[in-house]
Design a protein around this ligand. Structure first.
Ligand code: PLP
Length: 416
């Protein structure tokens, strides 16, 4: 058995979720059908919706089921952009510079295909997006919102369209980063956007199950979640959307989800999502503490091997509020992350470099580059992510394999 240290990519399905998935698959029924099995499937979907909403402090009517995090991010960005362009002519997107590609790519698509403009919010060295930077990026919007307020006494903070015509369509900043695990000040960022009357989206895919995630208290208008990061199945997720959030649908058809997202609802996947999420949230407090201890041992021991390894971003031992409890991200000088990954895999340790390949060519991570790391340093990145099945044995296996792997990877790159 390999030591699996790639829970940020996907985490094994929980036994309870698998059982629920099989049970509902065997029952069948289309939740939109009017006969008995259709109504039974609908009841399962609505019960699951309530559970998911409850686990995330949202209202059931705010849960829009999707095929996963990628679709939810696309709907949030493109759907809000289209709605705000139509209603107030807003063309600008204000987006964190270290977002997942599920956010970055729809933004870049809108720029190329639809003439959108974008203001990227660059992170500091730890990967934080600064509240003052967001404030500065939407200052003209804030100014016009304030003057509209004083002119007519209206409260633009409740999303009143029109106060910022020609301005910002949507702000999107992720709750926690998928590569380096940095946690963002979501509530403060959302408050700045709200003051300007601009919808705020956050991708909470990596945060849910590791951090307390309260949709209502966060002040976000839109929030992305995905089942397979909390022990549910791949291929189901949700966009939480406040009732007053305006979204133009991307997928047209039967209009199943509030007319915002069409497609037959995956009752089995949704049931398993609800079961996995409920369990992950119930265990979160205890599990976050356990993972923090494992993470700290992994990082501390790797740094102590005297291989020149450093930890990316900011790491404070014992802290699980600023860096995800399950995230360890190391930089190994003189190595290609990909070589490390393959050599570790051969040694029975599965992990990731954290960043994507393009056309088979490993790219230095846009996250590390945005955080100010030089390309040469960013190339030696290794992400070890822990989750609900992680054990001390997994960490031991990694630490035992690491010195030999680093030596071979350095030889391969000509650095040793
Ligand atoms: N957003 C973040 C931060 C992620 O880490 C991921 C998956 O890696 C996604 C979005 C995409 O979610 P999904 O795999 O459900 O499409």
């Amino acid at each position: 058995m390999s030591a699996y240290l790639d829970h940020a990519a996907t985490t094994p399905m929980r036994a309870s979720a698998r059982a629920a998935w099989i049970e509902q698959s065997e029952r069948g029924g289309n939740p939109s059908s009017l006969h008995t099995s259709g109504r039974a499937a609908r009841a399962v979907v609505e019960e699951s919706r309530e559970e998911i909403a409850g686990a995330l402090s949202a209202r059931p009517s705010e849960v829009v089921f999707t095929s996963g995090g990628t679709e939810a991010d696309n709907l949030a960005i493109k759907g809000t952009y289209a709605a705000r362009l139509a209603s107030v002519g807003a063309r600008r997107l204000v987006v964190g510079g270290i977002e997942h590609h599920a956010v970055l790519d729809p933004v870049e698509h809108l720029v190329k295909a639809q003439g959108a403009e974008v203001t990227w919010l660059e992170p500091d060295r730890c990967g934080h997006i600064l509240v003052d930077d967001l404030r500065a990026a939407i200052t003209p919007v804030l100014a016009s919102a304030n003057s509209a307020n004083s002119a007519d006494g209206a409260n633009s903070a409740d999303g009143a369209d029109g106060a910022d015509a020609g301005g910002v369509a949507v702000v999107s900043v992720m709750w926690a980063n998928n590569e380096v695990g940095t946690v963002q000040p979501v509530a403060e960022l959302a408050a700045v956007a709200r003051e300007a009357g601009v919808p705020f989206h956050t991708d909470a895919v990596q945060a849910v199950g590791q951090l307390p995630v309260d949709f209502a208290a966060s002040g976000a208008d839109l929030m992305t979640v995905s089942a397979h990061k909390v022990g549910g199945p791949v291929g189901v997720g949700a966009l939480l959307a406040r009732r007053d959030a305006r979204l133009v649908p991307l997928v047209h058809g039967g209009g199943q989800e509030r007319q915002v997202r069409s497609g037959t609802l995956d009752a089995a996947g949704i049931r398993a999502f609800a079961v996995a999420l409920t369990e992950a949230v119930a265990e979160r407090d205890v599990e976050a503490k356990r993972l923090t201890v494992l993470r700290d041992r992994l990082i501390g021991s790797a740094l102590g091997l005297e291989l020149g390894i450093s930890v990316s971003g900011c790491w404070t031992e014992g802290d699980a509020t600023d860096r995800l409890p399950g995230n360890a991200h190391l930089l190994v000088p003189g190595c290609e992350g990909d070589s490390l990954l393959y050599l570790l895999d051969a040694a029975g340790v599965e992990c990731s470099t954290g960043s994507a390949c393009q056309a088979g060519v490993p790219q230095p991570s846009h996250v590390l580059l945005a955080m100010g790391y030089p390309e040469a340093e960013a190339r030696g990145a290794l992400r070890l992510s822990l989750g609900h099945t992680s054990t001390d044995g997994d960490v031991d296996a990694f630490l035992a394999a690491l010195p030999g792997v680093v030596e071979r990877a350095r030889r391969a790159s000509g650095a040793a």
